[in-house]
Ligand binder design. Structure first.
Ligand SMILES: C[S@@+](CC[C@H](N)C(=O)[O-])C[C@H]1O[C@@H](n2cnc3c(N)ncnc32)[C@H](O)[C@@H]1O
Length: 342
């Protein structure tokens, strides 16, 4: 089945990596900085349930790129003359939307009515312009696509995080890059709001450890689900020391350390990075420890050089944008394990 997905600009590499892990037989047809056209054998429910996509759609039809009005008219014709809307499950109400290059655009009224009437006849459903629980049929155009797509929407969008915290989509992608296992002891030592720990709660774990030196201070509001979570330990410790985390006890660290741009560090950035990696080396399991580190692109070279001395192998560096800022997600594991994994 063909799908179209939209995600936050700059997350493409991580999204494609995660789709390959989460879905069967993924083949990328085309992609740009914030969207992707792909085929997969996985069903709609599976694709619609992926929390890191802003929007996901099944592609029902396509026509050569044209104005939205012309495309809508041609889709209306296809809906009437082909079985493209069969097998949709029960649809009682629907609305139509048009998006060109990520922006919603209006259709001239006659074209909109024609499309709605064709969909209504084919599905027996009524138009509900306000949306709600009904189906959504979208006409989608993108600069980098030579065709316009007629799609049904599968998702209702990702939750945005609190100010200063990572969005739930990026937190989920970083967690997935750590290849979660049910017996993981998972640590985020610079946890802030706890968005990464919260994302890790979505799949089985042995223990989750949240730690942030400023936990409890006004600028760090811990997500409520962490306080309610089972087997979640909340710490207020210096990530460079982590005194209550035993040596070798952590199977995965996924973290977003201070970027050294706006945050005041007590030491210079390279000393901070060296002490941080020494601390991670101490707490990570010597055999199966994994690390995912989100750093500003500016310091990515500094941290990349430190993996080896911390007994870790940097397997992949994904370049991405975090709220418009160039960043790198560095992904790897204990040196002797990396060879087995990939
Ligand atoms: C970039 S923010 C992390 C944001 C987090 N990913 C989120 O979604 O909210 C870095 C965090 O590291 C914390 N921090 C800074 N220095 C620290 C240290 N030495 N030990 C532990 N936490 C520290 C800050 O309080 C801040 O919350």
């Amino acid at each position: 089945m063909r799908y179209f997905a939209q995600y936050r600009a700059g997350l493409g590499e991580l999204v494609i990596d995660s789709l390959r892990r989460d879905l069967a037989g993924v083949q990328v047809i085309s992609s740009d900085d914030s969207s992707l056209l792909f085929d997969s054998r996985s069903d709609r429910a599976k694709v619609g349930g992926l929390g890191y996509l802003k929007n996901a759609f099944t592609v029902l039809g396509s026509v050569p790129r044209s104005t939205p009005q012309k495309a809508a008219e041609r889709f209306a014709e296809q809906v009437q003359t082909t079985p493209m809307l069969r097998g949709q499950g029960r649809v009682t109400s629907f609305r139509t939307m048009v998006s060109v290059d990520g922006k919603l655009v209006g259709l001239p009224r006659p074209a909109k009515l024609r499309l709605e009437s064709a969909i209504g006849k084919a599905t027996g459903a009524r138009v509900n312009a306000r949306g709600g629980a009904g189906a959504e049929y979208w006409v989608i155009g993108r600069r980098d696509l030579s065709s316009m797509l007629f799609c049904q929407r599968l998702t209702s969008g990702v939750k945005q995080g609190a100010a200063g915290s990572l969005g739930a989509d990026l937190a989920t992608l970083l967690v997935k890059a750590s290849e979660p296992a049910p017996d993981d002891v998972f640590l985020d030592p610079f946890a802030g709001s706890g968005a990464i720990v919260s994302a890790r709660m979505a799949s089985a774990y042995r223990r989750l450890i949240y730690s942030d030196l400023a936990a409890g201070e006004p600028q760090v509001q811990i997500l409520p689900e962490l306080r309610r979570g089972k087997r979640v330990t909340l710490l207020t410790e210096d990530a460079l020391e982590l005194p209550s985390v035993p040596t070798g006890s952590v199977s995965a660290i996924v973290t977003d350390p201070p970027w050294g741009e706006y945050d005041e560090l007590d030491v210079d950035l390279s000393t901070f990075a060296r002490q941080m990696m020494q601390s991670f080396d101490r707490v990570l399991d010597p055999e199966r420890g994994r690390l995912v580190l989100l750093v500003s692109r500016r310091v990515a070279d500094v941290t990349a050089r430190l993996w080896k001395t911390a007994g870790l192998e940097l397997a992949q560096s994904h370049e991405l944008l975090v709220n418009g800022h160039p960043a790198s997600a560095q992904v790897g594991a204990r040196s002797r394990r990396t060879g087995d994994r990939r």
